[in-house]
Every structure is written in structure tokens, then in C-alpha cells.
Design a protein around this ligand. Sequence first.
Ligand code: SAM
Length: 349
Amino acid sequence: MEELLNQLYEQNVLTKEEIIYFLQHLTPDLTKRLFRLAEETRKKHYDENVFLRGLIEFSNFCKQDCMYCGLRRSNSNVERYRLSEEEILECAAEGYHLGYRSFVLQSGEDFRFTEDLMIQIVRSLKLRFPDAAITLSIGERSEAFFRALFAAGTDRYLLRHETASRSLYESLHPGMSYGNRMNCLHTLREIGYQVGTGFMVGLPGQTYSHLAEDLLFLKEFHPEMIGIGPFIPHSATPLKDAVGGTVQDTLVMIAMARLLVPDALMPATTAMGTLDPIGREKALSAGANVVMPILSPLKVRKKYALYENKICMGDEPSHCRNCIELRIAASGYKIELSRGDHCNFTRTT
Ligand code: SAM
């Protein structure tokens, strides 16, 4: 085990069998050292900085029916909403005023936000906030759409692979294809986006072998951003009775991902903060280095419920900004409000 941990830290590689063995034999003491080495590794690339991204959840309409997600189209309990272009710009303006220079626009797969409308939104944001980075997290679209939005000025795209096992993926995503998800990720990369991917921990049926495949996919794809969070069962989904992921198991995955892809930007997710009041701080101490406070208007916050009891539902953006700043400082890190590009990134087109 010592040797495997050293190899992970020094060479940033493990085989699938080694990862499975490592996960099966992890002791509390080794886990502590794993977290410490992950934290050290992140500091080598990004110092003590924690990058802030303002998250704007602009639509909870979704044409997909993912078994785990509260926004799935079959959930008729959801009160659906869409923000107007003006409302999105207002959220960004409030965030910009609070110092944010990086915005993430997230939604379900809502095709009412057509290519033309998304281009208009991105162009308006870029015109008003030229020094801010724009990230989209709006699901699978066509290659032409991805190209047009990149040309309009979008900097980054987040599309978690969710699980790198084709059979597990297809059992959780009726009507969707693992191949298409992977094609989208490769297309985004080829176009020149900074790409984010990642997975959930604690999905029903997920084994160490699946988790090893997730980690090895990250290693091979080498995304600029990696989002790993616990699966939290939602009562209005077919997985309502599932056990869900734990903070501890997720921390182990974050730390291993940090060691396998040392230069990635990795969020301490809201899902971690939902399961544990200091879940995000724990993630920062296990290798994460990004936090994404919510900028969406208070009137729609509760409606964007991928899972229940999500934190920060009633907090004004300025309150979130202060709360996060205090939490980051208390953990011994420094908030960083610049665009927060990947350490090796330069846009060429
Ligand atoms: N529709 C876009 C997409 O597919 O990428 C972005 C929005 S989607 C709701 C954002 C992420 O939420 C998903 O990639 C998934 O990993 C996560 N998510 C959804 N339901 C969840 C749950 N019950 N527990 C934890 N994470 C969840």
C-alpha cells in the first residue's frame, strides 16, 4: 500500500487493478496521507488559491430523464422556470459587482435555449464583462452548436461523463447513449474549449471497478476541470430508496483524481456541502481548489433541485460571497477572483 501511494504521488499513475486493490485496503491512516499528498499536489500547481465561479442556474426544463436527477422530465412535481436574457445578465452584473470574473451558466437540457439565443446571451455577457470567463453546462448539443458557441466567446464547457461504465451509464440514462456523451467531450476538446468532466460517487450498482474506470478515464482524457460529487437520492426519482454516496468516499475519489491529474481545476461541490456542513472545506483539504457559489435569483433557487435539502437556498449572492470567503480563509486558503483559467491554457482561436 505504501508503494502504491508513493507511485500515485510521484508518478501520477496506477493501473486498474492497483486502484481497486488500493481502495479495498485503504486504512484511516493511509487515507489521511492520501489527502495530505493530494493537497500538496494541488498547491504545486495552484498554490493556496481557491477559484470562485458564480453559478447561474438559468432553466430547470430538461428533455432528459436521468434516473437520479430531480429535474428529470418525468418529475411532474417540479415547478419549471426559465430566466430571461435580461435576468441572466442581471445575475452576472450582481456577481461582477461582487468581484466574480468567472460565470457558469447551467441548465437542464432545454432546447428552447436555441443556438441563436445562446449566442446572443454569451455575446451580451462578453460585451458587458469582457474580462470574465464564460462556462456553459447545458448538456449534450450538436458539434455545430458547440462550434458556434465557442466562436461567440464561450471559454469552457462542463459535461460530466457521470460514469465511465457504458452499461451503468445506459441503465441510469434512458434514451441516452454513452457513445454520444464521449463524442461530445472529444468534440469540445478538439474545438478548443477548456473542458470539464467528472462523475458521481455512490450510484446504485457502482463498484470499485467502476470507480477505477472513472479515474482512469480522467487520467486518459486529461480534462482541465474535474467535478466529483456524491450522488444524493431525490424522493421524486426512481432512485429514491438508494443509499447514495458518502462524503468520505467522495473525498477519496477527489484526492485520487488530484494525484492522477495533478493540474486539474476541481470544485468542492455544493453536494458535499449539502451532506456535511463542512463538506466543501473537507474537499479543499483533499485536493479540490474551486468553489461555485450560486448567483441565481432567490425566487428560483429552490426550483433547481437536482437533489433535496441543497444548501444556500435563501442566501443573497453577497451573503454567499462573504460566507465562502470566511470558510476558505478559515481553511487556510486564499480566494482568487480572476478568470481562473487552467494553469496550462492559452486560447488559440
Ligand atoms: N444538464 C446538464 C448536463 O447534463 O451536463 C447540466 C445540469 S446537470 C443537472 C448537472 C449535474 O448534476 C449532473 O452532471 C449530475 O452529475 C449532477 N446531479 C444530478 N442529479 C444529482 C443527484 N441526485 N445527486 C448528485 N448530483 C446530481
